[in-house]
Design a protein around this ligand. Structure first.
Ligand code: FAD
Length: 562
């Protein structure tokens, strides 16, 4: 049985940063990923990472922008930690080998991003996630004596001892289908978001909410789950992202009448208001008949000098050409708001500790909460790195004071039985993909930019029905080697758990704040709703809802305008 001080599930930016920190603190580490680590979804991150590193900027200004961006739902102690530690993290990355853009004076250069009062986004063209992920992977190699990498292993369940402490996980080797129990003093979940519960989404096929659901199933508290970010610029139909970097470089948003409509909604920040504000503005234009017949508005990148586009936005030149047949350097491209990010997740403190002893969470799977009701662009990469590192350090520190726990290996028999039951399902039933598509369309229709009670109740009914159908969904592949059908069936269960927590949270919050805009409760209501909504599992029943306070350190809630 593999035994390590720290077991990390997920090898995106949060997981790899946690692994490096734990290894540097002297712990033995296992890091598990269902895909090769550099194919983790962090590789898609485009526009950049925020830090107040410029001498004219301050971490307090970054923190205030983040608090305001969160619509005052972010916990200010956590936001202070993230923004204070950001400059050193950027320098650490630079020294580790990330080739951040440099300006004509040779200094680290920045671009503007939404909701920020200063240009503080550091970037590598529009492949920032790719650049950072590869450097971290390279750094991990240096620790190969203490860090064991389990690439293309899939975690199915988290394990607890008799006292409820998380002491490991059950994982399936995707190459041959065999199951193994991993034993650990601490477990760090770094398994990313849940975007695939929606259709379309900017998130890759692997982003299926596994960690959120696994933690929820063993009793962890989820928080702010109703807060789903719709990114303002995604391609119609396929959800592909056009990075906010385009607007940061000067692109305009136009309706079908050629009007620069953000003048009406955010006269000061225009296209660079926060994402919830811009997405709502676009959707309002589209709903009021000012959009194009394909349900979009236009992003005009021709405002940015062509030379600069080819230097700093070259990936979206390719995306425009290959997926929309548009040369973005010479004509506007049609876009609309699309699902992009989940602000909620497994509730943690600033060291990544969840409500389950021994279980940590970092990155998009977690809710610290630094994003509250709305994440600012380029704050997620920062979140993964700061809280990935802090979780790794804390877990390593704890492991020094502990002996290796023992895990009941009989749990592996339950997991094996569950997989066999999926394989043995009679063929001809409703397929996993059909259920997943219905789930995605439902959330995209009723739990999107605008929501109301009637739609949310309908969404909840559909999710409950799909939860009954999912255990009977049939698969085709009955083999052991790289059986993605089996994995898809398990992931469907995770997405349905996440979906129910999202819908229940959205129904509960009877106000409009950040990404949650209730047309039946259109105002923010601090008196009643300046609090987090926590969701916990309740067997097979509807989840239990409770509340926790928002931490306010120095910024009292104000009216939010851009
Ligand atoms: C197109 C796009 C562009 C973006 N651009 C930016 C940007 O410019 N700036 C910014 O700040 N943010 C950006 N974001 C958001 C940001 O990229 C993500 O929030 C962040 O990278 C998530 O990192 P993570 O480490 O938490 O998870 P991920 O990178 O998603 O990694 C999850 C890991 O968990 C593993 N895993 C999951 N489930 C299992 C399981 N059951 N068993 C084993 N392993 C598992 C996966 O294999 C993977 O290794 C962007 C997001 C998208 C979709």
């Amino acid at each position: 049985m593999p035994s390590h001080d720290v077991l990390i599930i997920g090898a995106g930016l949060a997981g790899q940063r946690a692994a490096l920190a734990a290894a540097q603190a002297g712990a033995t580490v296992a890091i598990i990923s269902k895909v090769h680590p550099v194919r983790s979804h962090s590789v898609a991150a485009a526009g950049g990472i925020n830090a107040a590193l410029n001498p004219e900027d301050t971490w307090e200004s970054h923190a205030f922008d983040t608090v305001k961006g969160s619509d005052y739902l972010g916990d200010q102690d956590a936001i202070e930690v993230m923004c204070r530690e950001a400059p050193d993290e950027i320098l650490w990355l630079e020294h580790a080998g990330v080739t951040f853009h440099r300006n004509e004076r040779g200094n680290l250069g920045t671009r503007a991003f939404g909701g920020a009062s200063a240009a503080r986004t550091y970037y590598v063209a529009d492949i920032t996630g790719h650049a950072i992920l590869h450097v971290l992977y390279e750094q991990l190699m240096k620790h190969s004596d203490t860090v064991d990498r389990y690439e293309e292993w899939f975690t199915t369940d988290l394990l607890q001892d008799d006292d409820g402490r998380c002491v490991g996980a059950i994982c399936r080797n995707l190459r041959d289908g065999h199951l193994e129990v991993f034993n650990a003093k601490s477990v760090i979940l770094a398994s990313g978001g849940a975007g695939q519960a929606y259709r379309p989404t900017t998130n890759g096929l692997i982003v299926t909410g596994d960690g959120i659901a696994q933690a929820y199933r063993i009793g962890a508290r989820l928080m702010d789950m109703e807060m789903i970010q719709y990114h303002p610029t995604t391609l119609a139909g396929n959800g592909l992202l056009i990075t906010e970097g385009a607007r940061g470089e000067g692109a305009w948003l136009l309706n079908a009448k050629g009007e620069r409509f953000m003048e009406k909604y955010a006269p000061n920040k225009m296209e660079l208001a926060s994402r919830d504000v811009v997405s709502r503005a676009e959707q309002t234009e589209i709903n009021e008949g000012n959009g194009f017949p394909d349900g979009t508005v236009a992003l005009d990148i021709t405002k940015v000098p062509k030379r600069r586009v080819l230097e700093a936005l070259r990936e979206i030149v390719n995306i425009g050409r290959d997926f929309a047949g548009v040369d973005i350097t010479s004509e506007p491209i049609h876009i609309h708001p699309g699902q992009h990010y989940i602000m909620g997740g497994v509730k943690t403190d600033v060291d990544g500790q969840t409500t389950i002893p021994g279980l940590y969470a970092a990155g998009e799977v977690a809710c610290v909460s630094v994003h509250g009701g709305n994440r600012l662009g380029a704050n997620s990469l920062l979140d993964t790195l700061i809280f990935g590192r802090r979780s790794g350090e804390h877990a390593a520190g704890q492991s020094r004071q502990m002996s290796m726990p023992t895990t009941r290996s009989t749990r592996v028999d339950d997991a094996a039985r569950h997989i066999q039951e999926i394989i043995d399902r009679p063929s001809g039933g409703r397929r996993v993909a059909a259920i997943k598509d219905e789930l995605g369309d439902t959330l995209n229709q009723y739990v999107a930019v605008f929501r109301d009670e009637e739609g949310l109740k309908k969404a909840h009914e559909i999710v409950r029905r799909l939860k009954e159908e999912a255990p009977k969904a049939s698969i085709d592949d009955r083999g052991a080697v790289f059986n993605q059908d089996v994995i898809g069936a398990i992931e469907l269960g995770y997405m349905l758990d996440c979906a129910e927590a999202i819908v229940v949270g959205a129904l509960e919050r009877k106000e409009s704040r950040g990404a949650q805009f209730r047309t039946d409760f259109p105002e923010r209501n601090d008196e009643e709703w300046l609090k987090h909504i926590d969701v916990t599992a309740n067997g097979d029943d509807v989840p239990t809802v409770s509340y926790s306070p928002v931490t306010i350190t120095r910024w009292e809630p104000q009216e939010r305008t851009y």
